[in-house]
Design a protein around this ligand. Structure first.
Ligand code: 11C
Length: 356
């Protein structure tokens, strides 16, 4: 009784957050929850809603009888296995980048386009990139009211966007630098890290191309044409698809900062209809998954430290741009492992189950 849910990638950073989300739900619609991972992690026993569940090895037959299969694995694993899950009768909800821009795969943020979950000719639904996702509930709500025309975005992305290896790297760097007064003489952070045996740069095996502790790195993803980072193009392409505005003007600069979890975005958004700070605050304040925290006189604004571990997107610093009509400046924080990844995937899975 109840549909069968599978979680592929149960032991990664997003998978672990997913289990925490499933555990924290008052009730779940699932008759069975199956955990799946690579051969390396198969056989581990994890607690899910008070029960021991043995992690199964990723093989075609583990999808037999599964109704919804959530994938929190690298692109190439999803590219191969989401279609296998779909062939075996499951609806695959995929958090990788493998299918997001496929015209036959809906890209869903329930607050914006929940109706798209049933329009899935390949049996696959994609979950957006965590940076894009962190601003979609807010931008979707503002677009419905004020007709979004353009977005200029700078991101401040947490280390956990690069998964468990990103978290481990940042902590290793912080430990190696603890108590050292580095960063005063050019280049000494990298030297201290290298001397301590901590990888510096992608070639040495770090998930980041430069030291992240005590630093800011203007890079996320891989190099694309004309100097763009893949993450910046994802923000552009995915925002257009989710919001249903193919011509939306988007320009993004993606930056990694020494924060463990929660992506922040500084957004310059221009609208086609008259907008005011008060009207925007009212619209955002009415959204069930958004918290407006915007009282600079009282020191109230969103920060990753206040946002991490929570479900809502937190929005603040809402201002009318002084030199750009109908344009708002906003600062948005979203937990990249929750709404940015596991939570949205789970909400899509629940929406699929509810739709039957
Ligand atoms: C990061 N947003 O913070 C990336 C990670 O397209 O799902 C997720 C990449 C993706 O590094």
């Amino acid at each position: 009784d109840g549909p069968v849910l599978a979680l592929v990638g149960a032991t990664g950073a997003v998978g672990t957050t997913m289990i925490d989300i499933i555990d924290s739900r008052e009730s779940v619609p699932w008759g069975e929850i199956r955990l799946i991972a690579s051969a390396r992690s198969a056989g581990k026993v994890l607690r899910v809603r008070g029960e021991d569940v043995t992690v199964l090895e990723l093989k075609p037959e583990v999808f037999d009888g599964v109704d919804v299969a959530m994938f929190d694995v690298p692109d190439e694993v999803s590219a191969e296995w989401a279609p296998i899950a779909a062939e075996r009768g499951a609806v695959a909800v995929d958090n990788s980048g493998a299918f997001r821009m496929d015209p036959d795969v809906p890209l869903v943020v329930p607050e914006v386009n929940a109706d798209k979950v049933t329009d899935r000719p390949k049996g696959i639904i994609a979950n957006p990139n965590c940076t894009t996702l962190s601003m979609m509930a807010a931008m979707g709500a503002l677009h419905r009211e004020f007709d979004l025309q353009s977005l200029v975005v700078a991101s401040y992305q947490a280390a956990s966007g690069a998964g468990q290896p990103g978290i481990d790297q940042l902590y290793a760097e912080i430990a190696a630098l603890a108590g050292r007064r580095v960063g005063i003489v050019s280049g000494d952070i990298a030297t201290v890290l290298a001397d301590a045996g901590v990888a510096v740069g992608s070639e040495a095996g770090s998930p980041f191309p430069a030291p992240l502790a005590l630093n800011v790195v203007p890079w996320a993803g891989s190099l694309k044409e004309d100097g763009w980072a893949s993450e910046e193009l994802k923000v552009r392409n995915e925002s257009r698809k989710i919001l249903g505005i193919p011509e939306l003007k988007v320009s993004a600069t993606c930056v990694r900062v020494p924060v463990v979890t929660t992506h922040a975005l500084s957004i310059h958004a221009t609208f086609g209809r008259d907008v005011s700070v008060d009207a925007a605050r009212k619209v955002l304040g009415e959204q069930p998954t958004i918290v407006v925290k915007d009282d600079p006189a009282a020191g109230e604004w969103p920060t990753p430290a206040d946002t991490v571990g929570g479900e809502p997107t937190v929005v603040g610093r809402i201002r009318q741009a002084l030199d750009f009509p109908n344009t708002l400046e906003l600062f948005v924080c979203g937990d990249n492992l929750r709404k940015g990844a596991a939570l949205n995937t789970y909400e899509v899975a629940e929406t699929v189950a509810a739709a039957g």
